[in-house]
Design a protein around this ligand. Structure first.
Ligand SMILES: Cc1cc2nc3c(=O)[nH]c(=O)nc-3n(C[C@H](O)[C@H](O)[C@H](O)COP(=O)(O)OP(=O)(O)OC[C@H]3O[C@@H](n4cnc5c(N)ncnc54)[C@H](O)[C@@H]3O)c2cc1C
Length: 398
């Protein structure tokens, strides 16, 4: 990849920048500045703006509704989104199930599901993990038994992100209990309004309702909702996880996070009364973080260049996941350190509509809830310990 942008690429960057500046919903900016929780409609409003422009799925092939951008354009686009601090586009439809459907689905499945993923009409959730099956995903026990043209599904999923809003879920289910663990699994699309589906909230450490338990009791799922062959769902599952891990690196957003951190460190003072940014110990922590982020950025660019040359994300996506999430966590740690005692009253996020009177500077309000919330990043998408196992095996050959 040539890292010096061409005049066309600079023009593209300016076009994206202007579009965001003129089309980003004003009410979202206000809520973000106030640190308010975003509703389903809030999260979808930016998705819909990008969908109308044809920019919501940068990595999709053009024939399915992608913009047909090069890897460099995709990189510029994500940089600009992060620079403007837009709400992230939810990954479950666009980055996860969409690519599975256009890679493994039938023409009917593509026609039925892809346009609604693009438009935001269907909100998707991911039903992989179970109480006894997280890292060891292949030990999942949710059963799907064939009954004519239907599967009857029974089991429990957990940690299902934002399932409270979901119209559809993509689920891994066991269709052949006698086969070896990875060989008896199928990939099913389930309408979350089906009788027998129950979503129960799990409230996280930062006070947010972000994850759920999903119970499936005698849920009837048409066989036509199965992607790819019966008992071959592991192929789709692995394909999807590799895509999930590339997105997780979050380089552009971390850059923005470091800029924010520097802004706070310019204002907050150390014990000697000088800005934290001039304190050699704090300054060094920020510098270490920036060095690591620059190294990660080049690794991500190499991965993107590989993808542009037709090589899908391989084991290097594990590296991106580990380093990307560690950096995200370190940023929130330093923000909390910088705001000091002003972070303490906000152990939990303000609920929507709260009229509590804030104490301290605005940037302190979300420091603690965000710090707690970001502990999740080294667990989800395959824990960082599991990613290290993958690197040991696939990259180092141990
Ligand atoms: C906020 C959040 C959102 C999530 N969203 C979703 C979602 O939308 N859909 C979904 O399906 N899942 C979701 N998950 C689940 C996530 O994928 C799992 O939590 C993750 O895979 C780890 O599984 P587990 O929680 O069962 O932990 P376990 O697998 O029980 O692991 C416990 C600990 O042991 C370590 N460990 C386990 N096996 C090994 C090993 N072989 N070698 C070394 N260390 C090991 C792990 O790293 C971890 O530290 C989410 C999780 C979180 C925290």
């Amino acid at each position: 990849m040539d890292l010096a942008f061409s005049p066309e690429e600079i023009a593209f960057r300016d076009e994206v920048r202007t579009f965001i500046a003129t089309h980003y919903p004003a009410h979202l900016r206000g809520k973000q500045d106030e640190g308010e929780e975003l509703s389903k409609e809030d999260m979808l409003s930016w998705h819909r703006v990008l969908a109308r422009k044809g920019w919501v799925a940068p990595a999709w092939p053009k024939e399915y509704g992608g913009p047909g951008w090069t890897a460099t354009q995709r990189y510029i686009f994500s940089e600009e989104l992060a620079r403007a601090d837009t709400v992230p586009i939810l990954p479950f439809g666009i980055n996860m199930v969409g690519p599975v459907i256009y890679t493994f689905g039938t023409p009917e499945q593509k026609a039925r599901f892809l346009p609604r993923i693009l438009s935001g009409d269907d909100w998707w959730c991911q039903g992989y993990s179970e109480p006894g099956a997280g890292s060891d995903l292949a030990s999942l026990r949710t059963r799907a038994e064939r009954d004519g043209d239907f599967y009857i599904v029974n089991g429990q999923k957990t940690w299902t992100t934002l399932a409270q809003h979901a119209d559809w879920g993509f689920f891994l289910v066991r269709t052949d209990p006698a086969a070896k663990p990875q060989e008896g699994i199928s990939f099913l699309l389930i309408d979350m309004k089906s009788p027998g589906v129950t979503v129960r909230p799990i409230i996280t450490l930062g006070g947010e309702h972000e994850v759920n338990e999903v119970w499936l009791e005698n849920v009837r799922v048409p066989v036509e909702n199965r992607i790819y062959e019966e008992n071959k769902g592991w192929t789709c599952a692995k394909f999807l996880l590799a895509h999930e891990r590339t997105g997780i690196a979050g380089v552009a957003r971390s850059k923005r996070g470091i800029e924010r951190l520097k802004g706070i460190a310019r204002t907050e003072l150390d014990d000697g009364g000088q800005p934290l940014l001039h304190n050699p110990f704090f300054r060094r922590k920020i510098a270490d973080l920036e060095c690591d982020l620059t190294a990660l950025e080049f690794t991500e660019l190499r991965t993107l260049a590989g993808e542009a040359a037709g090589r899908g994300p391989g084991p290097e996506s594990s590296l991106l996941k580990i380093k990307g999430t560690e950096i995200q966590q370190r940023i929130t740690e330093l923000v909390l350190e910088a705001v000091g005692h002003y972070g303490a009253p906000y152990f939990r996020a303000f609920p929507e509509g709260s009229n509590a009177y804030p104490i301290g500077p605005d940037y302190a309000h979300r420091a603690a809830p965000t710090y707690f919330n970001m502990r999740k990043t080294s667990i989800y998408g395959g824990s960082n310990e599991i990613q290290r196992n993958i690197i040991a095996k696939m990259v180092l050959g141990l």
